[in-house]
Design a protein around this ligand. Structure first.
Ligand SMILES: Nc1ncnc2c1ncn2[C@@H]1O[C@H](COP(=O)(O)OP(=O)(O)O)[C@@H](O)[C@H]1O
Ligand SMILES: [Mg+2]
Length: 232
């Protein structure tokens, strides 16, 4: 799924307290690309990702999903867009605490017409032997794997990850990045990873840099490194 962002503006508040958070964003991410969106804290990365994901409205401008503009979608169409095309992964997993690993993934599969096979997905995630545990019985990395599984079970054409390694140590972060890379190769989905960790850009097909609500650099990485080889 190709994503195009056109002259996107977002501000909060109005009058004297108006804050412009996105100041005219133009960019696109090609179908099947891994895009790393870099920028310092407060530069507007999460806001941009949330607008692409249809969970926050823009002030003006457009998001094209393939050739459909989210601006033309009513609330019902937007819900279907999120349900059928989008997976979201956050820094703090947001798992349901009283459901097992398998159940956390299963509840999302019910939303899809054509979900992935859950046992196969659990194996891809390296969670098969932990499938009956509760989130509290898992390490941070395992919880993030489960959250990725939950986003992925619908087989979304677009996977949005907001600081997916932000709460993880070095080794676990790398394991999660390797998993994201495997997912991209296996399912060919478009993936956007938001991070403030500069090293992660090396695994991207496309590197977008944001500063102060603007895209300041948009580079196609001709020779991405494999996730296992990036270091910081
Ligand atoms: N709901 C909100 N109301 C007012 N300001 C907000 C809101 N959400 C985010 N902001 C502001 O927008 C700016 C960008 O935030 P964010 O997109 O979260 O940045 P990043 O993810 O790059 O750290 C920050 O200055 C933040 O304070
Ligand atoms: Mg953020």
């Amino acid at each position: 799924m190709k994503i195009t962002v056109k002259d996107l503006h977002k501000s909060y508040g109005d009058g004297d307290s108006k804050v412009e958070v996105l100041k005219g964003i133009n960019c696109s991410v090609e179908d099947g690309e891994v895009c790393v969106l870099l920028g310092p804290s407060g530069s507007g990365k999460s806001t941009l990702l949330n607008i692409i994901g249809g969970i926050e409205p823009a002030s003006s401008g457009a998001i094209l999903i393939g050739s459909d503009s989210t601006a033309d979608m009513d609330e019902k169409k937007l819900t279907l867009y999120r349900r059928n095309h989008l997976g979201f992964v956050f820094q703090f997993y947001n798992l349901i605490p009283n459901l097992t690993v398998k159940e956390n993934i299963e509840v999302c599969s019910y939303l899809s017409k054509d979900p992935l096979d859950i046992d196969e997905l659990l194996r891809t995630l390296g969670l098969y032997e932990h499938k009956d545990k509760l989130p509290s019985q898992l390490s941070g990395g395992q919880q993030q794997r489960c959250a990725i599984g939950r986003a992925l079970v619908k087989n979304p054409s677009l996977l949005l990850c907001d600081e997916p390694t932000g709460a993880l140590d070095y080794k676990t972060s790398k394991e999660i990045l390797v998993l994201i890379e495997q997912i991209n190769r296996k399912y060919r989905n478009t993936i956007i990873i938001v991070t403030h960790n500069d090293a992660i850009k090396n695994m991207a097909h496309r590197i977008l840099k944001m500063r102060d609500g603007m895209i300041v650099s948009d580079i196609v990485n001709e020779e991405p490194l494999s996730a296992a080889d990036i270091e910081w």
